[in-house]
Design a protein around this ligand. Sequence first.
Ligand SMILES: Cc1cc2nc3c(=O)[nH]c(=O)nc-3n(C[C@H](O)[C@H](O)[C@H](O)COP(=O)(O)OP(=O)(O)OC[C@H]3O[C@@H](n4cnc5c(N)ncnc54)[C@H](O)[C@@H]3O)c2cc1C
Length: 406
Amino acid sequence: MPRRQILIAGGGIGGLAAAIASRQAGWEVRLAERASAFSEVGAGVQLGPNAVRCLDAWGLRAPLQAVACFPERLEIRSAIDAGELGRMRLGRTMAERYGAPYLTIHRADLHALLLAAVSDRADAPLLLDHRLTDFVQGDDAVAARLLRGDGSELALEADLLLGADGLHSRVREGLLGEGVAQPAGHLAYRAVVPQRALAQHLRSQVVTVWLGPQLHVVHYPLRGGELLNLVAIRHGQPPADLVHWDHGANAGELQDALARTCAPLQDMVQAVSDAGGQWRLWPLVERAPVAAATQMAQGLVALLGDAAHPMRPYLAQGAGMAIEDAAELGRDLGMQALEPALRLRRYALNRWQRVAAVQRRSRRNAGIFHATGAVRVARDAAMRLLGERLLDMPWLYGGGPVPVRH
Ligand SMILES: Cc1cc2nc3c(=O)[nH]c(=O)nc-3n(C[C@H](O)[C@H](O)[C@H](O)COP(=O)(O)OP(=O)(O)OC[C@H]3O[C@@H](n4cnc5c(N)ncnc54)[C@H](O)[C@@H]3O)c2cc1C
């Protein structure tokens, strides 16, 4: 019997993870990416043990070990007076508690190792420069139209279609007929610099989160500790053109936003600019949390990652949830006794409540991170008192699907 075939639209972290999981479940994979080369933005990403367990199960521990960082702790500091508010042990403590480490990694490195795992066999054609424009569901197949960079079209049929095509997903639009994702009213500035370009006292090998009124800053090491990744998020209105989201940002604008924060934080941001770090600007967008399984799959079409559940980055779990989605998808695709549509239904049923909980918590964290006045005082007191008991999240790091190899 010919193998079942899944067409994946989108070759980001989510699409590549889905390709690995689908292949390991015995499916033939075709992946269409609209860009003419596979790439990721030049920034870092944190992955909790919930996501790292999935990567481990796909056999990716060794390549991760070679390029990721495994910070010893997470520190929360006041952006006003630099005082420590709380800390959580990561390193060995997390690995022992949850069966996999907490890590930080350059997106390009994560993307490259996922791509290598997909490209190592000839039976997973990767179609670059192919943008999915349309699809129609039949009784037992999906017909998709792809537009190539040269203007020509390609018609493809597959048993299933997966939309892993990100925030402005065409598959989502075709499946759910919704409008565009909405601005969250927050702007993210990101930069990556070599640690050696910073003064000794500014270099850091831990995850540090600075909490201030209507803003926060996160920094952590990348690439074995050679690089430092910074993300600063503040309240603010996005530029008009949301789809072309990666704008050259103004370092001066960020410095202005930090004017009332402590000297060590301002020094750090200034040092990054002085060291040649380019501050890139992302206006954050979001959608309401997933409200039903039918928002993640209908018939022979499913959504994954940001296409399904875009979220604010206040729990550092958007990519983690995409990886978890892929692990669950692989498990369900391998259920040979079920018709393909039922396998997708199972995927959606097993995922929607968890991703909705993460979306809600990410949104709530924005209020906590950026608190002012009495709420800030209460937050700081709770963090000083409870520390790790408040910061650790067993429901998040310990939960999620356990991927099964087929
Ligand atoms: C400031 C910031 C910090 C973050 N930090 C973290 C973190 O620390 N940890 C974490 O887990 N997450 C984090 N995230 C979230 C994370 O970046 C995303 O959730 C994740 O990258 C989503 O991956 P994806 O594959 O679903 O989508 P994308 O990365 O957007 O990939 C979608 C792909 O689909 C392609 N595509 C689009 N349309 C089409 C089409 N019609 N046909 C074919 N291809 C198409 C695109 O070119 C792209 O390659 C952060 C996000 C932000 C903004």
